[in-house]
Design a protein around this ligand. Structure first.
Ligand code: C5P
Length: 303
């Protein structure tokens, strides 16, 4: 997450994430699933501008960023700017837990595709907690921001600190940052259709022996890309492939490129390839764009 002060406003870049590994360990009594997942922040971000509002209210406006070259007019799911938006819910939760009576006008520029498994909504909401904590001079410690974040969704906690690389457990809210040996060059493809996270989890079926992320983490720490590419894993990939032909086609296309490895992110539908270097990522990105599968982003880890 990056901050810039513009007079009384605060401008924040809220990054997307990719899951390089995601194992579902079982279904919990609360209806959520117990996870072990490895996430990286990537240089694809939404921008949020926060301005103080003396009325004490919270208002949100949203505009899409300029369409990328391969936009190809796919339908964008509509984003509510009402009180049900996770950004507004985060602002309300912060007010509620601190008794703060201040308000904010929030303007969101949306670049991260929705229903993609890239964590855009969670990142925007986490950015809101961190930014309003500053804008309103609340000085809440990070532990309290994390508590509020966990109450709002499973992915927000990762974005509160946006580490380059972390292993996340529980329902995704327990974060352990891990050093990343070298930056990763990636191509991300978001097929034209999205999938709901809850629908993909419902389709998941328990496997006999869950996998561990230990080996992948060791390779990422060492910067051993070739080996890391072979250790990518996502237990939600098969359920998402069952639900979406576009995920199947995208994985087939991305898997045929000369990358070090490819997988789906989170509950999909975005899929990614780790590439040997930046030049290779641009070449693979151009070839995938030409296939018209959906939106294609060439990115690196970090923000
Ligand atoms: O926590 P979040 O609101 O992002 O989760 C969206 C939905 O995804 C949940 O309502 C649940 O159906 C599913 N989910 C799950 N187990 C997790 C995370 C999410 O079943 N660990």
């Amino acid at each position: 997450m990056r901050f810039r002060q513009h007079g009384p406003s605060l401008v924040v870049q809220a990054p997307a994430k990719l899951n390089l590994f995601l194992e579902v360990l079982g279904k919990r009594p609360d209806g959520y699933h117990e996870l072990e997942t490895v996430m990286v922040s990537i240089g694809l971000h939404d921008t949020l501008r926060f301005e103080p509002d003396a009325s004490g209210g919270i208002s949100l406006s949203c505009q899409p960023a300029g369409e990328p070259a391969a936009g190809r007019g796919e339908p964008t799911p509509s984003l509510s700017t009402g009180s049900d938006n996770l950004i507004c819910r985060a602002a309300a939760a912060l007010k509620e837990s601190t008794g703060c009576s201040q308000g904010a006008r929030i303007a969101l520029t949306k670049r991260i595709p929705m229903e993609a498994g890239l964590g855009g909504g969670s990142s925007d909401a986490a950015a809101t907690l961190v930014a309003l904590n500053r804008l309103w001079s609340l000085d809440l410690p990070s532990t309290e921001l994390h508590q509020i974040a966990a109450g709002l969704g499973s992915d927000l906690n990762f974005f509160i600190d946006s580490p380059a690389l972390a292993v996340c457990r529980g329902r995704g809210e327990q974060i352990e940052p891990v050093p990343l040996g070298r930056p990763l060059h990636l191509v991300v493809v978001r097929p034209r259709e999205g999938l709901s996270t809850a629908a993909v989890f419902r389709e998941w079926q328990s496997q006999a022996s869950p996998r561990s992320s230990a080996q992948l983490l060791e390779m990422l720490k060492r910067g051993d890309l070739g080996q890391a590419g072979t250790a990518l894993h996502n237990a939600l990939q098969t359920p998402a492939e069952e639900l979406s032909e576009q995920v199947r086609n995208t994985l087939r296309a991305i898997g045929s490129m000369e990358s070090v490895g490819a997988a789906m992110s989170g509950s999909g539908t975005a899929c990614f390839a780790i590439c040997r270097n930046g030049a290779s990522a641009h070449r693979i990105g151009a070839r995938l764009r030409a296939q018209g599968l959906g939106r294609v982003f060439v990115v690196s880890t970090g923000l």
